[in-house]
Design a protein around this ligand. Structure first.
Ligand SMILES: *[C@@H]1O[C@H](CO)[C@@H](O)[C@H](O)[C@H]1NC(C)=O
Ligand SMILES: *[C@@H]1O[C@H](CO)[C@@H](O)[C@H](O)[C@H]1NC(C)=O
Ligand SMILES: *[C@@H]1O[C@H](CO)[C@@H](O)[C@H](O)[C@H]1NC(C)=O
Length: 247
């Protein structure tokens, strides 16, 4: 074997090893960025939740749920006070400075007694019936200052005990007309800085008035016209594509 050939073979092997390494690294990079996550809790008594009063809560910290994949929660970490356990946890709380674009999934497997959900300024983009269905004992739901746009039909159908609901300061443009109808115990409905209503109802009577306003002003023909716009856009892109191909 000539020295040149050995060198060539050496380089060739090096290249294979290197490209395998890159494949492996790439694989781990993709795996890391898409896999589900742990939620970190700071456990403790926290107050200020209207009718709920003081409650033992998990306050999320350093959450980064920026994809639906990362919303699947593997495990919950954090130290309990005294002899408390997950069963003593009555709610989750986020005070902002973190990214919770999608509602965390699977927390009901760890916490079976959730009555309070308060996620403030946490960049939440969507909320669905399926997110809340696992929490039938919910009394207090407040998603203040997030990026919600739509409250879907039947959103709260599995949370009949709700007494307090807040969606203040969200970008809501469509609230389904029946979202609040099944909530017989609802006595606070906070919707200030929601464009179509902007009112905090503080009694059952005010809640009824707000629900009437919502049916009138928030269940929007805009939503229907938005759907129409999307359909139009789809049709347009279909008709546009041959032109684009020609160019
Ligand atoms: C959150 O996670 C995404 C994707 O994994 C990443 O791009 C982003 O930098 C993270 N943000 C923070 C604040 O850690
Ligand atoms: C979940 O976290 C706890 C600590 O809070 C730990 O003891 C346990 O081993 C973790 N379970 C898994 C499956 O990672
Ligand atoms: C878009 O196209 C579908 C069929 O492809 C049609 O049913 C629909 O009416 C069209 N929408 C508009 C707004 O033209």
């Amino acid at each position: 074997m000539t020295r040149d050939f050995k060198l060539f073979r050496g380089l060739f092997l090096l290249k294979i090893v290197k490209s395998n390494c890159i494949v492996v690294l790439l694989f781990f990079a993709i795996y890391e960025s898409s896999r589900s996550a742990d939620i970190k809790c700071q456990f403790g008594d926290t107050g200020g939740f209207a009718v709920v009063g003081m409650a033992y809560l998990c306050t999320f910290y350093n959450a980064n749920i920026s994809s639906e994949e990362s919303a699947k929660i593997n495990n919950v970490t954090g130290r309990h006070e005294n002899l408390k356990t997950h069963d003593d946890v009555l709610g989750f709380y986020s005070t902002g400075n973190q990214v919770i674009n999608y509602f965390p999934q699977g927390l009901d497997k760890f916490f079976i007694n959730i009555k309070t959900i308060a996620l403030y300024s946490s960049n939440l983009k969507e909320i669905h019936q399926a997110d809340l269905k696992p929490f039938p004992k919910l009394i207090y739901l407040n998603l203040y200052a997030n990026d919600l746009e739509i409250l879907e039909e039947g959103l709260l159908d599995f949370n009949p005990d709700l007494k307090v609901v807040g969606f203040q300061q969200n970008k809501l443009f469509h609230i389904d007309s029946n979202v609040f109808d099944g909530l017989k115990k609802l006595s606070y409905l906070w919707l200030v800085h929601v464009p179509c209503i902007s009112k905090n109802a503080m009694t059952s009577i005010e809640v009824q008035a707000s629900i009437a306003t919502i049916k009138d002003k928030c269940t929007s023909s805009e939503f229907t016209s938005l759907n129409l716009k999307i359909t139009n856009l789809e049709n347009k892109s279909k008709t546009l594509s041959p032109d684009l191909l020609r160019v």
